[in-house]
Every structure is written in structure tokens, then in C-alpha cells.
Design a protein around this ligand. Structure first.
Ligand SMILES: NC(=O)c1ccc[n+]([C@@H]2O[C@H](COP(=O)([O-])OP(=O)(O)OC[C@H]3O[C@@H](n4cnc5c(N)ncnc54)[C@H](OP(=O)(O)O)[C@@H]3O)[C@@H](O)[C@H]2O)c1
Length: 306
């Protein structure tokens, strides 16, 4: 009898990628059957899931009373979401509580480090990292047989993220990339479609990975490496904008704020001082090839076509 895995966020990027991974995997597809949770089972994304053979159920993490039915009978349980910090904390705790009540044994939480703790209180404004870390601490205090923490890097797919500043083609044909990072700033890049490759160890051996963080990125790429590869793949010269170029990229104040170099990335690093060591450890647990930035760009072009 296969075990039931419940995926919150199955209609989104991370959850959807994990669903596809399990459905296409020679062993996991036999070991697990999938239930995808959505707020709207009539959406196109939910219908597509259903057509792939995923059971689709409606529930809302903002309404804890809808959660027990969504998790009933589950062995494993995975959560991704997109919300403000306070909402995310409430949602995360509510789904963890529902999972404990349902007797779920493996709980996977899409987490990130606490920037406030990692910087000794010097950077306290990265709320969407801190909120995930707070939920992680809460989950660690619950009696799951195994809780595992997926720590995704910067999505390569952010090149299409509507919240992020878009690259701008200049009159001279060069292209300003979206972020005014200094050339040596390093970013851990993940093709989010690789999500399942990082979670495979936890699916295979939950007890071994109990309490572990799976740091999820193909590699750390400097901003200069990113634009140089983008230039080589696109055939256009892609350059890093200077701070004074930001108004050329976007007039949206939120996007302008995102485009500016931030203290976290420039001074501390996305995962903090242990990031490279943690990534090395995670890579040693994996047995599948990860998608490089170059491969991602090659398979998603053409780029900068007007
Ligand atoms: N972009 C990055 O570089 C990056 C890096 C690290 C971490 N993250 C984190 O990744 C998260 C977003 O993940 P994603 O991009 O995979 O998500 P996404 O594609 O935006 O999808 C969000 C998913 O969450 C579900 N959802 C939202 N609110 C819900 C609720 N109240 N109850 C039940 N389900 C709900 C949605 O389902 P329905 O709409 O079908 O209900 C959808 O499946 C954010 O927390 C972000 O901070 C992003």
C-alpha cells in the first residue's frame, strides 16, 4: 500500500516541482500517492494536477479548521507558501499542529535561516527569512518522527518574478541585469524545478535526515559570473547596473528597493557564514545532477528579444 503525501503549495513553484518529481520517479511514484492542497480546486493549476493523477483537496492555511481533512491519513507532509511574515508564522504553526494531530510522521518545511540571529541583531529587516526560521524552531519542538528543512536559494526563475526588477535593454543594445549587486556578490542559485532532487534523501530515509537542513542551490555564483554567462548564452552584452541606473530599470518603489544592493547579500551572504560548507554537505547527500545557471538559460531562451 503506497503512503499518502500531502503537498501544500502543489499549484505553486516548489510544491509543483516536487509533485512532478515524485510522479516521474521510478521508486517514489510507487511508494507514494499524492494529495495536493489548494484554496481553489477549480483553478487551471488545480485541474492540471488532477489530470496528472494527484488527488486535489481544498483547504486554506489561514483557516485552521479546514486543515484536519486535508491532512487526514497522511504519512508525509510538505509545505510552501507565500505570505507576509505574521501570516506565514500563523500558517506554518497551524499546519504543523494539524499534522501532529493527524499523526503525520515526516514533515518537510520550506525554511530559511534567521537573519536577525545570524547577524547578531545587526540586520533585523529580512522578515521573510526570520518568519520561516521561527516556524522551523516551532516544528523542531514538536514530536514528529522526522522533520526536515528545505532551504532554497535564490530561484533562477526570479528572472520572471513579477515582484523583481526586470532586465532592461538599452538603446545601444546592451542589457542591464535587474540587480545592482557588486560584481563579487555571491548568490546561491537553484532551478526550483530541481526541488525533488534535494528532497530525495529525506523521502528515502526520513529518520537519517531528521532535524537536517537541506541547503538547496546548484552553486554560489557571483553577480559577474551570472551576467557573463547570460551574455554568452543570449549573445547580448549583459551588464550589472550601477545604483544610479536603477531608475532606468523600474519606476516601481518596491522593485527599486529590491534592485539595490542589500546588507544581507553583500556583507553576510544569503545563508550566512556557514553557507558554502552547508551546501557542500547537502551536495554530498544527493545523487542526481543539478541544473546549472548556464543550462537554465539555454533551455529557457531566447533572451532579450524585443
Ligand atoms: N523566489 C525566491 O528566490 C525564493 C527563495 C527562497 C524562498 N522563497 C519562498 O518561497 C515561497 C513561495 O514559494 P513558491 O514560489 O513555490 O510559491 P508560489 O509559486 O507563489 O505558490 C504559492 C503556493 O502556496 C499556496 N497557498 C498560498 N496561500 C495559501 C493558503 N492560505 N492556504 C493554502 N495554500 C496556500 C498556493 O496555492 P493556491 O493558490 O492554489 O491556493 C500556491 O500553491 C515564499 O515563502 C518565498 O519567501 C522564495
Amino acid at each position: 500500500m503506497s503512503k499518502l503525501f500531502v503537498v501544500f503549495g502543489a499549484t505553486g513553484q516548489q510544491g509543483g516541482a516536487l509533485v512532478n518529481y515524485i510522479l516521474n520517479h521510478p521508486d517514489f511514484s510507487k511508494q507514494f500517492r499524492l494529495r495536493g492542497v489548494t484554496r481553489n480546486a477549480s483553478s487551471n493549476a488545480a485541474k492540471e494536477l488532477n489530470e496528472k493523477g494527484v488527488e486535489v483537496v481544498e483547504a486554506d492555511m489561514d483557516q485552521p479548521e479546514t486543515l484536519p481533512a486535508a491532512v487526514a491519513g497522511a504519512y508525509g507532509y510538505l509545505v510552501w507558501k507565500k505570505a507576509s511574515a505574521a501570516v506565514e508564522i500563523a500558517q506554518g504553526k497551524a499546519v504543523a499542529d494539524a499534522a501532529i494531530a493527524a499523526g503525520v510522521s515526516l514533515f518537510i518545511w520550506s525554511s530559511l535561516p534567521s537573519v536577525t540571529k545570524m547577524t547578531g541583531g545587526k540586520v533585523t529587516t529580512v522578515h521573510h527569512f526570520d518568519s520561516k526560521a521561527e516556524v522551523e524552531d516551532y516544528i523542531r519542538g514538536l514530536p514528529f518522527h522526522s522533520s526536515v528543512f528545505f532551504m532554497p536559494g535564490w530561484f533562477m526563475q526570479n528572472v520572471w518574478n513579477p515582484l523583481a526588477p526586470k532586465p532592461k535593454i538599452l538603446k545601444d543594445g546592451r542589457v542591464l541585469s535587474g540587480f545592482a549587486w557588486s560584481p563579487e556578490t555571491k548568490l546561491p542559485l537553484i532551478d526550483i524545478n530541481d526541488t525533488g532532487k534535494y528532497l530525495a534523501p529525506a523521502l528515502r530515509d526520513p529518520v537519517k535526515y531528521n532535524g537536517c537542513r537541506l541547503t538547496a542551490a546548484t552553486a554560489f555564483y557571483t553577480a559577474k559570473e551570472q551576467v557573463d554567462t547570460w551574455s554568452a548564452v543570449s549573445g547580448k552584452e549583459v551588464i550589472i547596473p550601477k545604483e544610479e541606473d536603477i531608475p532606468l530599470l523600474t519606476s516601481d518603489p518596491i522593485q527599486q528597493k529590491l534592485a539595490r544592493p542589500g546588507t544581507l547579500l553583500e556583507e553576510w551572504g544569503y545563508y550566512g557564514p556557514t553557507g558554502e560548507k552547508d551546501l557542500y554537505w547537502t551536495h554530498n547527500q544527493l545523487d542526481e545532477k543539478l541544473t546549472t545557471w548556464k543550462e537554465f538559460l539555454e533551455s529557457n531562451g531566447p533572451w532579450f528579444v524585443e
